[in-house]
Ligand binder design. Structure first.
Ligand code: C2E
Ligand code: MG
Ligand code: MG
Length: 406
């Protein structure tokens, strides 16, 4: 770490703007990131090659843009050091290497508990960088990195009814028709505004909260969904995320059946999404519960497919009816041959197993056309719509048109 000597403070403004630290040995890139960062509303600091990492970490940073290749210390070492220091900043990785190096570093950072937000392959466009930094600047409260969500606050939020559910539509590639919605939780915080799940889902999935939060989300999702059925001329599926930690109570299926019966919703309309990673701790009980949910006629979706350690084993072991291809593969497919092969083979695999296959994170018409040509069934992503409150979905449903074939 000795190479990290002098942190080059470009700006020492005292304004309450969020702080961005750019660590890159190329002065040109630092200048570019500084310019774009300021445009996005950040106070920017720069660190060149020979800088003292610890010095830069003495000040809380909101966002760190890190180049993986530097002369005296490589980005992987920096990632380890950041993790060791318990760094809370949101991390954006930059690299001129092969996409797979970037992806490996990204997985490492996420695995070490860093708040990884994005990875930019060099050369990147100013537009991409600006979009990424603006999104970070506008992330809930812009100061989410400093918002420590405590168990006491989450308990209070549950009591005060501050959790809300938004819905993201899922449509069919073949004709653009609206087939389902995924319920996604948010926290309407009285001071911090709308907080995205990344800030509190880790806490919400701990033993104390997993079941009460999941039950609350189920209740809110069923209420919003009933509204949609009544008013939006919609009769598709409702997908709900279930953390593995909520699958520890063998009575969970009965609870679910009771709540769904109270709303008069057909079981075949419900989809429970689980990630294979979240099943790692309780494999037997979870398998018992998932099998019983399936027997009761509910659908089961394997979420973020391809990102866990045992995707294929989970697929083999558990009665999934739907496969959701993780957005990192969907979004990289255009430029990265490995991601392309993963997406193509996931679609094929799902079809051979008689499962529905859905692509997450579809953002461009190009991605839409490519996935459609490969026979993917369903699309979910910002191209179709961002997650919206139930009341706004009616208007969306009226306005939505799929991209034209080229
Ligand atoms: P997920 O289940 O994989 O949900 C999809 C996430 O991708 C959502 O993020 C959605 O807003 C985002 N997304 C969808 N399309 C696009 C796109 O085109 N581009 C980009 N960049 N993002 C897109 P969100 O709502 O922030 O949720 C993040 C994760 O938090 C979810 O991932 C899920 O794992 C977890 N989560 C959300 N709601 C719940 C919940 O009620 N219970 C549990 N246990 N977990 C939840
Ligand atoms: Mg999901
Ligand atoms: Mg997912």
């Amino acid at each position: 770490m000795s190479g990290f000597a002098a942190l080059n403070m470009q700006e020492q403004g005292t304004a309450a703007r969020p702080r961005l630290l750019v660590i890159d040995d190329e002065a040109g890139i630092r200048t570019l990131v500084r310019r774009v960062g300021r445009q996005a509303g950040f106070e920017v600091q720069e660190a060149g090659a020979a800088v003292e990492l610890r010095a830069s970490l003495q000040q809380a940073q909101d966002v760190i843009a890190l180049d993986l290749a530097m002369p005296d210390i490589d980005g992987i070492e920096v990632i380890r050091e950041l993790a060791h220091a318990g760094c809370k900043a949101r991390l954006i990785l930059i690299s001129g290497f092969d996409r797979r190096v970037l992806d490996t570093a990204a997985r490492l950072a996420a695995g070490l508990g860093l708040n990884l937000r994005g990875a930019l392959p060099k050369p990147f466009s100013v537009t991409d960088l600006l979009a990424l930094l603006r999104a970070e600047q506008q992330a809930p409260g812009g100061s989410i990195a400093r918002l420590e969500v405590t168990a006491g606050e989450l308990r209070r939020a549950l009591d005060a009814g501050e959790l809300v559910v938004h819905f993201q539509p899922q449509v069919e590639f073949a004709d653009g028709s609206w087939r389902g919605v995924e319920a996604l939780v948010r926290w309407q915080h009285p001071r911090h505004g709308l907080i995205q799940p990344a800030a509190f889902i880790p806490l919400a999935q701990t033993e104390e909260f997993a079941i009460p939060v999941t039950q609350r989300v189920l209740e809110l999702a069923l209420a919003g969904y009933s509204d949609l059925l009544d008013t939006a001329g919609f009769d598709g599926a409702l997908a709900i995320n279930i953390p593995g930690s909520a699958l520890s109570d063998v009575h969970f299926p009965e609870h679910v059946v009771e709540r769904i019966a109270a709303r008069g919703i057909a079981h075949r309309h419900m989809v429970f999404e689980v990630t294979e990673t979240s099943l790692a701790n309780q494999p037997t009980v979870a398998a018992d519960i998932l099998a019983r949910l399936r027997i009761k006629g509910f659908n089961l979706s394997i979420d973020d497919f391809g990102t866990g350690y045992s995707s294929l084993e989970s697929l083999h072991r558990l009665p999934f009816t739907e496969l959701k291809i993780d957005m990192q593969f969907v979004q990289a497919a255009e430029t990265d041959g490995v991601a392309r092969a993963i997406v193509e083979n996931s679609i094929e695999l799902a079809k051979q197993l008689g499962m529905k296959v859905i692509a997450e994170g579809v953002q461009t018409a190009g991605q839409w056309r490519w996935l459609k040509a490969r026979g993917c069934h369903l699309a979910q992503g910002y191209l179709v719509s961002r997650p919206l409150p139930a009341a706004d979905l009616r208007a969306w449903g009226g306005a939505w048109r799929p991209p034209a074939n080229e």
